[in-house]
Design a protein around this ligand. Structure first.
Ligand code: FES
Length: 340
């Protein structure tokens, strides 16, 4: 049976391709650094000392953290660097295993398998000004954007919201930029109402502005509400958890449909309370996934017939004309044919 998923991991840049690939990079952990309370950064280099595949700001890699455990981590270093990837990991109280495994078991010198970089959170270089909003560990893709925008001499302003200075990763790196007025720190002491007033900060939309936001679900929701009047193409979000209002619905109220495999002609029923992935697994397909909630992109799959009911937070309209995330999507047509 085919292995499904990780399709976009073959891609270093922007376009999403169908080619299925397994983790292709063997990375060695060169150093582990304390960045802030509960946050460690891991500097990863090619295990043979070779240059690493290029990436653009906002990209992430899929790290095989432990057997069957794949997690996405944004690359936080300068995209101009070809000799290393830097990721930062928050040891979350409600970890589903990934951050805990990295914090507790990975040591300098260990080897990790990872995908090549892929990017669903790209800078728009046509923007006249880039407004960067980071909440907590959501700083990881943003800090790479800062490096790239600095290198390009582009206009930007970063707002970085955390509970307190002790929980503010990469502060030493950002302090000089704060002195230049390019970065503003906001500490709320754990009470969002004491932090940055997103609604007033984002009230005025200036044509040419693009907003990029990454952070915890509450921060993302508050930012999305604050820019609801902005043009959709000017706002860019990178999720690492699912907002409450976008949880995958697996209730009996969903409409059943069928999924077909183009290469074999197999047709399977997808009942109201099952996902496509669950059905494929039940029928012997090996499906590579990570979040199974529509925000990581690991399960991306090309479709050739039918109209998906997209439920993800990753694909843009262009992507959606060819690809579907089968952990969360349903179908608007009686049958959805996957290019597998
Ligand atoms: S497994 Fe994460 S989007 Fe499908």
């Amino acid at each position: 049976m085919p292995i499904i998923g990780a399709a976009a991991q073959c891609d270093e840049e922007v376009a999403i391709s169908k080619a299925v690939c397994q983790p292709t990079l063997r990375l060695s952990v060169r150093s582990i650094t304390y960045e802030a309370k509960d946050i460690l950064s891991f500097e990863l280099v090619d295990s043979e000392g070779a240059s690493l595949p290029a990436f653009t700001a906002g990209a992430h890699i899929d790290v095989h953290v432990a057997d069957g455990l794949i997690r996405q981590y944004s690359l936080c270093n300068d995209p101009a660097e070809r000799g290393r990837y830097l990721i930062a990991v928050l040891n979350e109280a409600e970890s589903r295993g990934g951050s805990l495994a990295l914090h507790k078991t990975i040591q300098e010198g260990d080897l990790l398998e990872a995908s090549k970089p892929q990017n669903h959170f790209r800078l728009n270089y046509q923007a006249s000004r880039h407004m960067l909003f980071a909440g907590g560990i959501g700083v990881t893709p943003i800090i790479s954007m800062v490096a790239e925008l600095e290198a390009r001499g582009a206009e930007y302003l970063m707002h970085y919201c955390t509970r307190n200075p002790e929980m503010t990763a990469f502060k030493r790196l950002l302090d000089p930029l704060a002195e230049r007025g390019k970065v503003r720190f906001h500490h709320d002491g754990g009470k969002p109402s004491n932090g940055l007033d997103l609604a007033s900060t984002l009230r005025e939309y200036v044509p040419g502005d693009h907003l990029y936001c990454c952070g915890p679900a509450g921060f993302m929701t508050a930012t999305a509400n604050a820019v609801a009047h902005w043009p959709t193409e000017a706002v860019h979000f990178e999720y690492f958890s699912t907002p409450d209002d976008k949880q995958v619905d697996k209730t009996e109220s969903e409409t059943p449909f069928q999924v077909s495999i183009a290469s074999t002609g197999d047709v399977f029923d997808v009942p109201a309370n099952r996902t496509i992935i669950e059905v494929l697994r039940e029928n012997g397909y090996t499906v590579e996934t990570s979040c199974e909630e529509g925000f990581c992109g690991t399960c991306i799959t090309k479709y050739v017939e039918g109209v998906p009911d997209h439920r993800d937070m990753v694909l843009d309209d262009d992507d959606r004309s060819d690809f579907v995330l089968i952990c969360c999507a349903r179908s608007k047509t009686p049958i959805l044919v996957l290019d597998l």
